[in-house]
Design a binder for this molecule. Sequence first.
Ligand SMILES: [Zn+2]
Length: 399
Amino acid sequence: MTDLLIRNAAEILTCAADAPDGIGRLPGGSIAISDGLIEAVGEVGARRAHKVIEAAGRVVLPGFVDCHTHVLFGGSRVEEYAARVAGREPPAGAPVGIAGTVRETRRLSTDALVAQALPRLGEMLAHGTTTAESKTGYGLALEAELRMLEANRRLAAGTPVEIVSTLLAAHALPEDMPRDEYVGLIVGRLVPRAAAEGLARFCDAYCDQGYFTLEETQRVLAAGVAHGLAPKLHLDAYSTTGAARLAADLGAASVDHLNFTSPEEAECLGAAGVVAVAMPCLDLAVAHPRPVDVRGLIGAGMTVALATDLCPACHVASMQLVIQLACRLYGLSVAEAIRAATLHAAMALRRDKTVGSLEPGKQADVLVLGVERHEELAYRIGSNLVERVIKRGRVVVER
Ligand SMILES: [Zn+2]
C-alpha cells in the first residue's frame, strides 16, 4: 500500500533533467509516495494509499532548493538597511556590513545562533524551500567558525529543511588578525577540522576587491579540494577578478554573483560544467549598479540556478519572490525560473541525484500550490501560493 497519494493535479511539474519544456509539465497527473521516496509520477494506476491529497485545481512541483544562504547570523542590520534605502549613512553604533555582523555573531553561543536561525528556516519552509545551503563566515576566527559549523549540524536536526553546510571562513578579512595568518588558519586548521568532523560539504571563498585575492582564494579552495570539500565561489560581484578560470580549473560546484564576469569567462565556466547562481533579491536589496546578465550567462552555455542569498543585507526567505524577480529583472521565462529554483539549484549543491525533480526513486520533496497554472508563480508577486509542503513524504506545512 502506498503511503501518500497526491492525485488529479491540474499540473504536475516534474522538472526532470530531460524534460523538453524544461519543467516536465503533466496535466492531470498524480504522484505516489512510499518510504519518503517517489514511487510513480503521472499515470500511477489505481492504488490504495494511507493518505490521499486531492490536488484538483492545483499545481504540484518539487520543493525549492535555496542553494546560497547565510541563514546563520547574529544581530540585525535593519538600521543600516533603513538608512541606505533613504540614501543616508547608518547611525553611529549600528552594526554595519559583514564586520558588524561578525561582532554580533561572535557574541552568541551555538544554541543562541541556532535559535535565531530556526525562525528564518521556518519562514523559508512555509514558502516552499525544502533544501537549503547554510554558510559559515560570520565567525572569521577558529572557534567562532567551528561554532557556526556545529550550529549547522544542530539546525539540520531542528528543522524539516534539509541543510547543506558550507565552510565560508574566507567570507571577509577579520579585523583582528593579519590576512596571511588568517588564510593560514583556514588552510591549516579550519578546512582539515571541518572535513575530518564531517561538518561541511563545500568550501567557499569570497574573491573580490577588498576581500580575498585570487592567490588567497586559490589556496583556500585547493585546501578544501585536498580534504574532500568541493569548491564554491563568491565571484565578481563588484569587479572582474579572474577567479572564473580558477573555478573552471577546479571544477567548482557553483560560482555565485557573477555581475562582472566576462562573456569569455562564462563560456569557460559553462564548458567546465560549473553552475551559475544568480540572486535577484540581492541585486535589488543592495541596488546593485550592474545586475547580473543572466541571459548572457545562459547564452554562454551556463546552467543557471537561483537562490535568495538570505543574509543580513538581503533578508529574503521566499524562493517564490526570487522566481518573480528573476523573470522580470533577468528576463527568464517562468519555466526557466522554476527549473533554476529546483533542479539547477540542486545541481549547484550536487544534490540533484536525490532532490530537485519529481522522478521515481528521488526524495518526495513536493509542493502543492493553491493555483491552477504554474505561471501564477511569477505573476502573483509577493504572494505565498504554497498550500502544502511535503518533505521526504511527510506533510510538514499545511495552510
Ligand atoms: Zn553569499
